[in-house]
Design a protein around this ligand. Sequence first.
Ligand code: AMP
Length: 113
Amino acid sequence: MSDCLFCKIIAGDIPSAKVYEDEAVLAFRDIAPQAPTHILVIPKAHISGCNGVTAENSQVVAHIFEVIPQIAQAEGLENGYRVVSNCGPNAGQTVPHLHFHILGGRELTLEMA
Ligand code: AMP
């Protein structure tokens, strides 16, 4: 999608601090980190968000969840980390391209809202 921020990052039109890449997935550091480690993991194919996941494209979501522990290990998050995906305005989704936040590097509070 030409007007999607994360598609522009995938295309290399906007720079990112890349931590992982394969044919289907890109992971890069969040520009406004909420924890010492804050990484976004995204599918290269544009999916609008959780509501855009279908039987046809859900394989990449499973792949993302195989990649996340590899990234966590590489980042030294052996004491744990959180994976978050905001879906829609009430959840605070600001970029309409499916993404999973990896947050770690400190003890996280249990507040969900
Ligand atoms: P969300 O609010 O859940 O949609 O998450 C979007 C995330 O993208 C936010 O945490 C932003 O800080 C992050 N973000 C926005 N622009 C960039 C960028 N150019 N590079 C890295 N992260 C970004």
